[in-house]
Design a binder for this molecule. Sequence first.
Ligand code: ADP
Ligand code: MN
Ligand code: MN
Ligand code: MN
Length: 346
Amino acid sequence: MAKYKLEYIWLDGYTPVPNLRGKTQIKEFKSFPKLEELPMWGFDGSSTRQAEGRTSDCMLKPVAVYPDTTRKNGVIVMCEVMMPDGKTPHPSNGRATILDDPGAWFGFEQEYFLYKDGVPLGFPKGGGYPYPQGLYYTGVGYDAVGCIAREIVEKHLDLCLDAGINHEGINAEVAKGQWEFQIFGKGSKSAADQMWVARYLLMRLCESYGVDVNFHCKPLGKDVDWNGSGMHSNFSTTYLREVGGKEYFEALMAAFDKYKNEHIAVYGPDNHLRLTGLHETQSIDKFNYGVANRGASIRVPHSFVNNGYKGYLEDRRPNSQGDPYQIASRILQTIATVPTKKASKK
Ligand code: ADP
Ligand code: MN
Ligand code: MN
Ligand code: MN
């Protein structure tokens, strides 16, 4: 038997976006624990905006497990928050609202800024700006990316890979101090679980550097020529990948148009600062789609059209601070409103 450090992490009750919380319990197991072996646990919901003081217990239900190589026998346990009965999802539990669909696949492209002393890494300390945007995106050299940013990004990548998170890539982004990683997952909840754990690992790693992760979608404001941060959400279902077709695609886009306000409501706060129609975005009150169009709400990859309107689509509106649970939930709800035909012929 060995003592494992189980870090239970969950989302609190803050709005419009929840924060990550975590606490450790030690338990003995013969080998690395499986999900079924992990007990439910409780926490004081009155300190996380999830309960009133008098009946403050909320329950933590383990839903996914990841190795944590920063600690000896470390385990990260992603949890859903449940009511005291342990069965009813807490109102803040966005994950519980995601339709179960093993055929749904998501790929999230998380952009973020690294901040130190209130400014992006590499911005002059006394105020002002570094060189205008141009050479930072996918850049190399101290001038472009500074010195500790890449170290953080590389360490984060390794922590995520060690944890079994399905990273697909990383890159330096358009603004100085801005970076991106991409995560892909099969099943309606998997990529979102992994995204929250990857965010957790990044924030925790940055503590020792005195660096903050700034997930705000337009941290430098909308009136300057510095990019904002998004979390482009790529999605597909079995039907979209295997049947698709122009008619279905157009019906799907009509549904996305119809529910555009419901989508924007969960695509992250302050998105009006980012979705302006500039900097490769569509404005917040419009919905459009376009083949390979990075100024569209939904970008349709060339491959999708070339394959007879089959494949995946990219919703470019979700921002960097958005909750991937709520985003995945909304996308699948809208898809579910569009009738599909029985797949008779390929
Ligand atoms: P870009 O920056 O050009 O938008 P990226 O390569 O950064 O493109 O991101 C594309 C994303 O699409 C990847 O994160 C990938 O996981 C995702 N993706 C690819 N195929 C599918 C699919 N069939 N269903 C859902 N997502 C997909
Ligand atoms: Mn990308
Ligand atoms: Mn990007
Ligand atoms: Mn993209």
